[in-house]
Design a protein. Structure first.
Length: 314
């Protein structure tokens, strides 16, 4: 129906392209680029629109094209002279803050996130941006500013819309208040940002160096270990190294973390996807079914949605 309205609808063509862009998003490793193509069409069709540029930039960032996302967002800001200027400035600042964070440029991340909070209101996703800004200050060595911002996370978020995400970063902020970042934590962030920016060789190299660091593994908690194994597993998935991904996700299943227990059902989900791709439908179903053995964990609703979407598309 959306395809029909996009091709033939007189008044709904733009809306259809926007919604198709969103609904065309797959799991990162399966993405066929359709969402980006559709949002790019909107940018080309309406070159004076900053709104469509910011929308396209958000999808670029989500798909690992961090530098391109920054370029498009900065162009949107240069053109931001028409309607909704404050909203565009706010959204663009959040995008740039997160994009520079992905590039491990924490000074520019804080600069842009500070700008975001000049425009933020009660309806906005607050904790994720506040935590990102706080942890950037922590990495930069400004513990006082980090603590000040960790303390600003709030509990009065809109639970029905984004409770899982806001609750997660509320918890993380409270944990970070208790202790500054260790080198282990910083290395996890550097590697994650490499991966999410599409720099898979750099990410895997960083993770593998952590795996061979005996001090890291010896002093690390079960939560530390499952974070490391899960993150390197994701990196191998994106790099199409399925055997190594399987090995690391199975390591996650042998760990009994205290606070990061949500990574166990999420690891089963990743294994289910891999086995499906390998053509082992029976093993894939077994892994997906195991996710239902768990409840009351972080991103439970999000995982249910991902499983449903994956099954609908395959």
């Amino acid at each position: 129906m959306l395809n029909t309205s996009m091709n033939k609808g007189k008044y709904t063509r733009i809306d259809s392209k926007v919604f198709l862009s969103i609904f065309s998003l797959n799991e990162r490793e399966q993405n066929d680029g359709r969402a980006l193509d559709l949002s790019k069409q909107l940018v080309n069709d309406y070159p004076e629109s900053s709104i469509f540029k910011v929308f396209h930039a958000s999808l670029l960032l989500q798909n690992g094209f961090t530098e391109e996302s920054i370029r498009v967002t900065e162009t949107a800001l240069q053109q931001n002279k028409k309607s909704f200027q404050d909203e565009i400035q706010k959204s663009a600042s959040a995008l740039l803050g997160n994009a520079f964070f992905r590039l491990n440029d924490f000074a520019k991340a804080t600069e842009n996130l500070e700008s975001f909070f000049k425009y933020a209101n009660v309806e906005d996703r607050y904790n994720v941006h506040m935590f990102t800004m706080a942890i950037s200050y922590d990495i930069l060595g400004d513990r006082a500013k980090a603590i000040s911002n960790y303390k600003k996370v709030r509990e009065d978020f809109i639970n029905e819309r984004d409770g899982e995400l806001e609750k997660f970063f509320y918890r993380y902020a409270k944990e970070r208040l208790q202790s500054p970042l260790r080198q282990y934590d910083k290395d996890l962030i550097y590697a994650m940002n490499y991966r999410e920016s599409g720099k898979l060789k750099e990410a895997i190299s960083k993770y593998e160096s952590m795996l061979t660091n005996k001090d890291h593994l010896k002093s690390g908690t079960e939560d530390d270990k499952i974070r490391l194994f899960h993150n390197i597993g994701l990196s191998y998935v994106y790099d199409k190294q399925n055997d190594k991904a399987i090995e690391n996700f199975f390591k996650c299943l042998t760990i009994e973390p205290e606070t990061e227990s949500w990574l166990v059902p999420h690891s089963y989900f990743e294994l289910g996807k891999i086995y499906y791709e390998l053509g082992n439908k029976e093993k894939s179903k077994e892994m997906f079914d195991k996710t239902y053995d768990y409840d009351d964990f972080d991103f439970e609703s999000f995982l249910e949605m991902r499983i449903a979407n994956f099954k609908n598309r395959n």
